[in-house]
Design a protein around this ligand. Sequence first.
Ligand SMILES: O=c1[nH]c(=O)c2[nH]c(=O)[nH]c2[nH]1
Length: 291
Amino acid sequence: MGITLGPNQYGKAEVRLVTVDRSSAVHRIKDLTVSTALRGELSATHLRGDNEGVLATDTQKNTVYAFAKQAPVGEIEEFGLRLARHFTGSFENITGARILIDEHGWDRIPVQGKPHEHAFSRSGDEKRTTAVTVRGERAWVVSGLRDLVVLKSTGSEFHGFPRDEYTTLAETDDRILATAVTARWRYRSLDVDWAKSFAEARRIMLETFASLHSFSLQQTLYAMGEAVLKERPEVCEVRLSLPNKHHFAVDLSPFGLPNDNEVFHAADRPYGLIEGTVLRDDAEDPGPAWD
Ligand SMILES: O=c1[nH]c(=O)c2[nH]c(=O)[nH]c2[nH]1
């Protein structure tokens, strides 16, 4: 019986990088979590512990910090592409790289109504994300966001589902719909205004969530992905993961009180998890974009 080494990669996970642009008194900060992963001919170290072709994960981490000094970080997609191409271009046995970057937002603290020059508050849990994959000369970019928490207090129904002997859920024509959006979208090419594309995809998804009268979170998921594809030609595929953050109307009848969808228990678990892909019929082959 033969045994072989299967797919493998290695790198430094979750390098925390904060940069301060001090070129004017109005400082600008970038707060990133960067993960690197290198792929290629790495059988020597796995089979024999021969590390000749192993660019140390410590070096990968140092490279992230050095690159942040040597040129402006720019958009996370650009930074990811620079890093990935450096790693694949520098060492013969390293033929692929995957760089994951999360960007954490900071807002300027308003002081007497004026945004402060160098004091910030965290924007919240939401992260902008990218996954840059390089294989040989080619590159793929999948960008997105995580933990964008949204809620609508009406405009959502859920009924018409089958009832078996275990079904207790009441049908509803008016419920709270809430979720924490994880969205990732795949770009057709690298010729993209990354900042604008991100801002527009985010806007389109939010507007769709708000505007669509929803009969299921599945319907909302599809509509959000479809709207991005309709308006953003640079995107060819959208993947969404939407936890259904259930809000149950509390039974106030023991207290002799009515509850006309005004008082809810926000349950944190379990939660429904609705996931799906929306893509163009003629979407390019994804290659290793999602791997
Ligand atoms: O939008 C929903 N989709 C479901 O599949 C589902 N299942 C459930 O219990 N509630 C909901 N809501």
